[in-house]
Design a protein around this ligand. Structure first.
Ligand SMILES: O=C[C@H](O)COP(=O)(O)O
Ligand SMILES: CC(=O)C(=O)O
Length: 212
């Protein structure tokens, strides 16, 4: 695994962020860093994504900021130019994966079936996203897919919460878990950055109780 993946794995939990307004990127980054979660997947679901990535990565050099919901190679370029260190997409988009591999950009494509994992393995990927995790079969599905594909680790995202995250993290083929529970839109809208920091600390405590 490369340095970015090693750093991401150490985070154990990756906050999945949707920001409507880039001005929230700085206080959000601060809350996450102070909460012990110095990483974020900032999704291209809003216009503010690119600028938010730029602000977060410039303001907090210690933070590992990546881009999520990347659906085009143009978004890959915009994300990386803004400072994104990794690219995540909800599905397995061959064009995006091959583009990132050609350029040496860390990419975690979404895989929810063995056929998609097979495409990732063929390209030498060591980590894939498992999305939407709970809806697509949860931990039992990951365990079933990890049996033949022993060379791959999974980053489940979708429906993960402070309760079920423990079961995921207890399985050694789980790379890290993605989730939005500590960075919910309403918390950001209401400027509840102290609460985000508190929920992040709680998430870290839970993760450490499983992974030490
Ligand atoms: O689309 C959902 C995000 O990827 C994260 O899922 P979540 O809100 O269930 O944690
Ligand atoms: C859900 C997800 O993987 C993404 O939005 O990138």
């Amino acid at each position: 695994m490369n340095d970015i993946l090693n750093q991401l794995e150490k985070c154990m939990i990756v906050p999945v962020v949707v920001l409507e307004n880039a001005k929230d990127a700085k206080p959000l980054g601060e809350a996450l860093c102070n909460g012990g979660l110095p990483c974020a997947e900032v999704t291209f679901r809003t216009e503010a994504a690119e600028e938010s990535i730029r602000i977060m990565s410039e303001s907090f050099p210690e933070m590992l900021v990546g881009a999520g919901t990347v659906l085009t190679t143009e978004q890959v370029d915009r994300a990386v130019n803004a400072g994104a260190k990794f690219i995540v997409s909800p599905g397995f988009d061959e064009e995006i994966v091959d583009y990132c591999l050609e350029k040496g950009i860390t990419v975690l494509p979404g895989c929810a079936t063995p056929s998609e994992v097979a495409k990732a393995v063929k390209r030498g990927l060591e980590v894939v996203k498992f999305f939407p995790a709970e809806q697509a079969g949860g931990l039992p599905m990951i365990k079933a897919m990890a049996a033949p594909y022993t060379m791959v680790k999974f980053m489940p995202t979708g429906g993960i919460n402070p309760e079920n995250v423990k079961d995921y993290l207890a399985f050694n083929k789980i790379f890290a878990c993605g989730g939005s529970w500590m960075v919910k839109n309403t918390l950001v809208e209401n400027q509840e950055f102290d609460k985000i920091c508190e929920l992040s600390k709680e998430a870290v405590t839970i993760a450490k109780s499983i992974r030490g």
